[in-house]
Design a protein around this ligand. Structure first.
Ligand SMILES: Cc1ncc(COP(=O)(O)O)c(C=O)c1O
Length: 392
């Protein structure tokens, strides 16, 4: 079969299984409203902009100032072209925020995971990875020369078994987990995993893409949620693309590890740095988060409200009370059908399907944004409940 026919056949197969993806062109008006090409106004209930900062006036001004002062692109890799001062300033600020010695920026959260894991895990090393970890962790493991063993979701006892059998023959060991799992909304058992890391001389890598700005009294993330300080066993990965409303990934760790990554990670060495305006926006968002930590509590408040309404309407939900509320629907075609029904009612809520989640476990992934109007959001949850109840 020639290549063109193979592509055509694959698209038809995806269509037949309810797995084809289409893009909707939207004009966003603020963090949670958009208008489509036909002029329909939509409530966007599935963004990762958990604090609504991508439309904050101060964040936009910071980006605009940087744009006017230092241009659009960064001009090349930081090590080749020279590093914009804003990048170093942001790295120092986020390292202090996370309680780490140092930090290093990558062009995205995806790149941060791939760059970190593929650089640190060498031949003879062992990586233990949660089965529901983000694709960027999976790809980082694949690119590394270490041996990866996958453990059942959040199963610390299983991790212990794997360590007992495999740790002695490995040179270095890494336990890697999402802090908050992006498609399930579950929270990793960090106290247990950290205790195992201490006992078996391993490093704990936490991808806190969905914890930063959401969990903990100050929005420091999943470690703060558990009351655990940053320490030498922990490597924390973050992204500026979610609660910070911008773009870019960051690894917070020891000075030595940051220095190693800066000198050896292809994702840093061989890729153009983020636009300085994106970094300026992320830095302003981080400043706002530190100045107004109470905004983080608004997520908890809206999350409790959403949970109560869903329970009252007998709609099952997943998640551990962060900003992610997956509503399980099972069949892929049903997920698409429900998303279309909601769209017709002015609610933009995507069906999450394979390969983002296992086949047969499609879901609608509702997220909370601190800037939702409470009454409007309650109304949206009511409408979602009605659509689900009418289409069982
Ligand atoms: C857990 C997790 N890690 C990493 C990423 C990648 O972050 P970014 O979108 O900044 O590339 C995502 C984004 O979807 C994520 O959910």
């Amino acid at each position: 079969m020639n290549f063109a026919n193979r592509c055509e056949e694959k698209v038809q197969q995806l269509q037949a299984h309810g797995l084809i993806r289409d893009l909707h062109d939207l004009e966003f008006c603020d963090a949670c409203h958009a208008v489509d090409g036909a002029g329909h106004r939509l409530f966007v209930a599935c963004s990762n902009d958990y604090l609504g900062l991508r439309f904050h006036g101060d964040v936009i001004s910071a980006a605009r100032n940087a744009l006017e002062q230092v241009g659009i692109g960064s001009g090349g890799s930081r090590l080749v072209t020279g590093s914009h001062a804003i990048c170093g300033a942001f790295e120092r600020e986020i390292a202090a925020f996370k309680g780490a010695e140092a930090a290093l920026l990558f062009s995205s959260g995806y790149m941060a995971n791939v760059g970190l894991i593929s650089t640190v895990a060498e031949e003879g090393d062992l990586i233990l990875s949660d089965e529901k970890n983000h694709a960027s962790i999976i790809d980082g493991c694949r690119l590394s020369r270490g041996k990866t063993l996958v453990y059942p979701h959040r199963d610390a006892e299983y991790v212990e078994k794997l360590l007992r059998v495999n740790r002695a023959v490995a040179t270095n060991c890494f336990i890697v987990t999402d802090g908050v799992f992006s498609m399930d909304g579950t929270i990793a058992p960090l106290p247990e995993l950290l205790a195992l890391a201490e006992r078996f001389d391993a490093q704990l890598i936490i991808d806190d893409a969905h914890g930063l700005g959401v969990l903990g009294a100050h929005g420091h993330g999943t470690l703060e949620h558990f009351g655990i300080p940053m320490g030498p066993r922990v490597i924390s990965v973050g992204t500026c693309s979610k609660a910070l409303g911008s773009l870019g990934g960051v690894v917070c760790a020891s000075k030595a590890l940051v220095s190693l990554l800066r000198s050896r990670s292809h994702q840093v060495l061989c890729s153009t740095m983020l636009p300085p305006s994106a970094v300026a926006a992320a830095q302003k968002a981080l400043d706002l988060l530190q100045k107004f930590p109470a905004t983080v509590q608004e997520i908890g408040h809206l999350s409790t409200m959403a949970k109560d309404i869903f329970l009252k309407n007998s709609i099952p939900i997943m998640g551990d009370g962060g900003a992610i509320f997956p509503i399980p629907v099972g069949d892929e075609r049903r997920a698409t059908f429900l998303a279309q029904k909601l769209y017709a009612q002015g609610i933009y809520l995507q069906g999450i399907r394979y390969p983002s989640v296992p086949m047969g476990s499609a879901r609608l992934r509702l997220t909370i944004c601190a800037s939702y109007d409470e009454g409007e959001f309650a109304d949206v949850i009511g409408k979602i409940s009605k659509v689900l109840a009418a289409n069982k």
